[in-house]
Design a binder for this molecule. Structure first.
Ligand code: SAM
Length: 322
């Protein structure tokens, strides 16, 4: 059916993301000792695409570290436990880096379609580099697309079913009162508008002390936006959510309407120039010859970072872009 082939095409966008990240790593934009394990056919991307992925990666890392670095003690004086929940995680490797950096949270949970989690589970099982990061006692099932370890869990779920999402996070032993960083990178935009609202509303009702990080497309209506949509459609992939939240204001409204306390959305042009560290920008801007500025500005106006906050514990006063 149409909806089945769209699902297959959406899953394939994950391979595309992994290949682009590897392209950046090879050019020196960022370090990732694991992404090559997930890419079968390496490709070289254009300087614009590399710079775009770098901007996304840098913004994500900076916000994630702000969250991880929040220092809060529990009543008995120990550091508070934190959690990360990655929705549509694909082959994202953040967990493995955080392990290397000694920054991994108490619990890191990734979910995606079973077709994707099965492949990831198989790779984790067979690559000693990955396996050693999740611990010897881990149980891994390729058939079920599951990994259970003390601090890392990978589970299959269709995000459009929020009842199942609740079951899955219970199965993963998440504590919904703990500070939780929820990641949705290029994921919600592939869902229909009702499902997007359902996921955002579910997250609001489930987590009382949370940051919801979103990165995805905006501005479908101009020529560049139409081209962006056609490019994906030509690969069988529909950006079902983009007309429901076509602007920065609409992304913020999505969260606020679903009950989140605060929400902020910036386009990537602004994120790159005002939030990504100047020193990092100078470093990567020397890596490749770059003269397509018109195109770069246009592309960056069509992606955004939004974050929403629920702050029952009063942790996030200093969190965010400024
Ligand atoms: N978040 C990863 C990243 O940024 O590299 C992967 C992004 S990839 C473009 C989109 C991912 O969302 C795919 O892995 C896809 O399988 C997943 N996805 C899309 N719709 C989903 C759904 N309804 N349920 C679970 N996963 C879904």
């Amino acid at each position: 059916s149409d909806s089945h082939s769209n699902t297959v095409a959406v899953q394939a966008t994950n391979d595309d993301a992994s290949a682009s990240k590897l392209s950046c790593v090879k050019k020196g934009y960022m370090k990732d000792d694991y992404i090559h394990l997930f890419v079968r056919r390496p490709v070289r991307r254009s300087p614009i695409i590399n710079r775009g992925y770098f901007a996304r990666w840098a913004a994500f890392r900076k916000l994630l570290y702000q969250f991880l670095d929040i220092d809060k003690k529990t009543d008995d004086g120990g550091p508070i436990k934190k959690q990360i929940l990655s929705l549509g995680a694909g082959f994202d490797t953040t967990y493995f880096h955080l392990q290397d950096e000694g920054k991994a949270p108490y619990l890191y949970v990734e979910v995606d379609f079973k077709e994707v989690t099965s492949k990831k589970a198989a790779l984790i099982e067979t690559c000693s580099q990955l396996r050693s990061k999740i611990g010897e006692t881990a149980s891994i099932s390729r058939e079920k697309g599951e990994v259970f370890s003390d601090h890392y869990k990978l589970l299959p779920v269709d995000l459009r079913d929020t009842q199942k999402l609740s079951d899955i996070i219970a199965l993963a032993d998440m504590d919904t009162s703990l500070p939780t960083f929820i990641i949705a990178e290029c994921v919600l935009i592939y869902l229909d508008p009702d499902s997007i609202r359902a996921v955002v509303g579910w997250a609001n009702q489930t987590f009382t002390t949370a940051v919801f990080f979103l990165y995805e497309q905006i501005n479908p209506d101009d020529a560049f936006g139409q081209q962006m949509i056609r490019n994906l459609e030509s690969r069988g992939c529909a950006l079902l959510g983009i007309y429901a939240t076509p602007s920065l204001k609409a992304k913020e409204k999505l969260f606020l309407d679903q009950g989140w306390q605060r929400a902020v959305a910036w386009d990537m042009l602004r994120v790159y120039s005002e939030f990504v560290d100047a020193q990092e920008r100078r470093r990567i801007e020397r890596l490749e010859l770059f003269d397509e500025f018109e195109e770069w500005y246009m592309m960056q106006e069509h992606y955004c970072v939004a974050y929403a906050i629920n702050d029952a514990m009063g942790l996030y006063g200093d969190f965010g872009f400024s």
